[in-house]
Ligand binder design. Structure first.
Ligand SMILES: [Zn+2]
Length: 336
């Protein structure tokens, strides 16, 4: 089956990307969304060994917090790192951080040691993390932004630990997911013919304008000079409020129902707005967690999809159908 899909990328800023898809079956579009949040890899802190903890927080709480802090890794090093679960080296000493007996193929080490010798509260941030390899950087150093706070230390309190950095995917744990938001939305087409009739009619114009101004929580309908409607269909979240709430003909909120129409000798209610949700056109919003750019993330997600397909193709009895949506996915990767 040939879908002749069409994919276009539009970049809002470094972190935000919108993928416009046409002629794309829903399962393929959703496959790309799933790949973005669970198959594109990142590096983050996984195991923490505390050497001193004279803070007010428990070690379990801090280990969880440290795992959520984004860590930047230079591209060459990032690509050279193996996934820890696929590494072929033996890992019997992986937790012996004091002797640095770790696997350098799939792991790296960072450490932190802060003592508060002042008589004021101080904040420990991601800038206090010391990385063993120069290719690793704290998020705030890499983006030159406000430091990410880890915890507060009172006078005479101190914190010290060594931690292992691992490369993995969001499907292992959400902390490895590179995206802060990843939303797939079908294209929506709104039919406002009936509403236009109400706007054109002198008796109903005022009520129709009031209805359109108040019915949509996202402000999809915008009345221009009281006569025409400007639609922002891409903002529609398909809440169906404009279908479920009856057209009201006065400001007191008294529902008078939809306008009646005569059709084939019968009287029926007419909905003022119609909504058609596409099954083949989608918009995918990708928002980075901050370390990788939107383009890098989508490139990694597409690579992960291609690798999975190649693995599938290698299995006996499976044959990929050519001319499917993934041919275009491969083409899209070349455009990046
Ligand atoms: Zn290893």
């Amino acid at each position: 089956m040939n879908f002749n899909p069409d994919i276009k990328l539009s970049q809002k800023d470094r972190d935000t990307l919108v993928v416009h898809m046409k002629n794309m079956p829903q399962e393929y579009a959703n496959g790309l969304r799933r790949s973005l949040h669970s198959e594109a890899p990142t590096v983050c802190i996984d195991k923490v060994q505390f050497t001193v903890n004279k803070s007010s927080l428990t070690e379990e709480y801090m280990a969880h917090r440290l795992g959520m802090i984004p860590i930047h890794v230079d591209t060459d090093k990032f690509e050279a790192m193996d996934f820890y679960y696929a590494c072929k080296n033996l890992h019997q000493h992986e937790l012996d951080l004091q002797k640095n007996l770790i696997c350098h193929t799939c792991m790296s080490i960072c450490s932190l040691m802060v003592s508060n010798t002042t008589n004021k509260m101080i904040t420990v941030t991601d800038r206090d993390l010391k990385f063993e390899e120069p290719q690793f950087k704290s998020f705030s150093v890499f983006r030159n932004c406000q430091p990410v706070p880890i915890l507060r230390l009172g006078p005479n309190q101190s914190i010290g630990f060594k931690a292992i950095l691992l490369k993995a995917k969001g499907r292992v744990h959400a902390k490895w997911s590179p995206v802060a938001a990843c939303a797939l939305r079908p294209r929506v087409t709104l039919d406002i013919k009936n509403m236009m009739k109400l706007l054109d009619c002198e008796q109903t114009n005022v009520h129709a304008t009031h209805y359109l101004n108040t019915i949509c929580c996202k402000g999809v309908f915008k009345i221009v000079q009281g006569q025409s409607i400007q639609l922002n269909e891409s903002d529609c979240i398909i809440c169906d409020d404009c279908l479920r709430k009856p057209f009201q003909c006065n400001y007191t909120g008294e529902p008078l129902g939809y306008p009646f129409v005569h059709e084939n000798g019968k009287v029926r209610l007419q909905q003022p707005v119609g909504i058609t949700v596409s099954e083949t056109q989608f918009q995918l919003l990708v928002e980075s967690a901050g370390v990788q750019s939107g383009q890098e993330i989508i490139g990694n997600a597409i690579n992960a999809l291609i690798n999975d397909l190649e693995d599938l193709q290698g299995l006996e009895g499976y044959e990929l159908i050519s001319g499917t949506a993934f041919d275009t996915v491969v083409e899209a990767e070349e455009l990046l």
